[in-house]
Write a protein that binds this ligand. Structure first.
Ligand code: NAD
Length: 445
């Protein structure tokens, strides 16, 4: 009997739709079909693959608005942000494909050798729910352009929008070149342990470690974009308004459910009173609400488990002596009202782990060395940000992260997306990233 995966609107718990769960035995069959499809797909010229990819994305174009509404309802982010994500995915797909085509061209060295980028085989793409299309797309496109076929497992929280998107691409792509399977970690584990050659994963650090362990038997290629616990340092000569605006916006974006959300802020004690007051005044203007409620800018938390985890982090901070300046641990599901906590310390869960909720967590420092030390005292190393003037570049240079922002957030469209330490293993984006989805072959001639 077919088992169904139900998808709910996190704002009101209403059932949005169902998809069929892929049985564990079927996962193996899907991978086998992908392996067979790879024989033809890899032999196409890269221009032919590009052409098919462009045509495939054309299929999705007329449906951007509908997919945005679905994404909004299924994940909970507001319609403007959902529309941004869907159009970025659908219109950006062909752009990434073009870029990958350039990156994957063979190159001649000075000593009669040719560097070639060859298909690896079958790629497993496993993605999270917080940016359900964008994260998947970033890994699906270079996988396919490199001549791999793809088995895509979206998050069990957002199967409907992923399924809808893939069905449009499948109208053009040859049979079994891009397949989708549904389920939770069980299906994810089965896929990792199947005969895939590359695992491109975006998700939590814990699952990343599990994937690495399970993939080790076959030494499968891994590209993993994992969680973060991003610090922000505010130096005493920082532009106060800009720092406050960034601190609040980056802590609350996507209801805090963003890998590069600011998770902890270290502010010079000389400006801390003003900083805290200004953060509270701005944060208190944010309104929780459902995806289509006018004026709402903090959506629901994706599920009960995640909500409970955020409350646990806030309560732990309260019990260990933090000052609650706004919000706090008394919250009703599925929302978290804007919360500002001061005096966080290294003993608090909030400082050590990824909270993934709309919380601004602040701590005062006496010396810049102390701020840098606490910012770097983490197993995570995704993003880090510093606001200031005179010494800002020198402080930025000391931060251990894959992406560092100076008086702004992290990440650039024309640079790889990369996590350091345990926030990533391999990376994607731009030529350097796209080439990781291929096997390098050196041909001497
Ligand atoms: P998650 O790790 O719980 O799940 C991600 C995916 O992995 C889901 O599809 C899930 O079903 C699957 N999965 C679960 N267990 C598995 C296993 N043992 N083997 C294989 N697959 C398994 O993450 P999530 O809750 O969906 O997403 C939030 C996390 O993703 C946060 O930690 C966030 O920081 C991170 N994230 C990172 C980036 C980045 O670019 N670095 C981007 C977005 C999200």
């Amino acid at each position: 009997m077919e088992m169904k995966l139900e998808s709910f609107n996190p704002s009101n718990g209403k059932l949005l739709g169902k998809v069929t769960i892929t049985s564990i035995e079927e996962v193996q069959n899907v991978v086998m079909r992908s392996c067979e499809a790879a024989r033809n797909w890899k032999n196409l010229k890269i221009d032919e693959r590009l052409d098919l990819m462009k045509k495939a994305y054309e299929q999705a174009k007329p449906h951007i608005r509908d997919m945005a509404e679905l994404l909004s309802q299924e994940m909970g982010k507001d319609i403007q942000r959902a529309a941004g994500e869907v159009s970025g995915t659908v219109l950006g797909g062909p752009y990434i494909a073009e870029e990958a085509k350039e990156a994957l061209q063979s190159r001649l060295t000075g000593s009669r050798a040719r560097i070639e980028y060859r298909p690896l085989g079958v790629a497993a793409v496993i993605s999270p729910w917080n940016y359900p299309l964008a994260m998947a797309n970033n890994l699906i496109v270079p996988s396919l352009m490199a001549g791999n076929t793809v088995v895509f497992k979206p998050s069990e929280e957002t199967p409907l929008v992923a399924d809808t998107f893939v069905r449009y691409l499948q109208k053009v792509l040859p049979e079994n070149v891009l397949q989708i399977i549904h389920g939770n970690g069980e299906q994810g584990r089965a896929l990792v342990e199947s005969d895939v050659h590359l695992i491109a994963f975006t998700g939590s650090m814990a699952v990343g470690k599990d994937i690495m362990a399970r993939a080790s038997g076959g030494l499968k290629r891994l590209i993993m974009e994992l969680g973060g616990n991003d610090p922000m340092i505010v130096l005493k000569d920082a532009d106060m308004d800009a720092a406050v605006r960034f601190a609040v916006a980056s802590s609350f974006e996507n209801a805090g459910q963003m890998c590069i959300a600011t998770e902890r802020i270290y502010v010079d004690e000389k400006i801390a009173d003003t900083f805290e007051q200004s953060v509270v005044s701005l944060a208190s203007r944010y309104r929780p609400g459902s995806w289509n409620m006018p004026g709402a800018n903090i959506g629901p938390i994706i599920n009960s488990r995640q909500h409970e985890k955020i409350i646990e982090h806030i309560r732990d901070a309260e019990e260990k002596g933090a000052r609650v300046l706004l919000g706090g641990s008394q919250q009703e599901k599925p929302y978290i009202k804007p919360t500002v906590i001061a005096d966080i310390t290294p003993e608090m869960i909030m400082e050590k782990e990824e909270t993934f909720g709309p919380v601004v967590a602040i701590s005062r420092y006496k010396t810049v060395d102390e701020a840098v030390e606490r910012a770097n005292d983490s197993v995570y190393g995704l993003g880090a940000v510093v606001f200031g003037r005179k010494d800002v570049e020198a402080v930025a240079d000391r931060l251990e992260a894959g992406m560092v922002g100076i008086n702004q957030g992290v990440g650039a469209g024309d640079a790889p997306w990369v996590g350091a330490k345990q926030s990533g293993f391999g990376f994607h984006g731009t030529s350097e990233g796209h080439r990781q989805f291929a096997q390098v072959r050196v041909m001497n001639y």
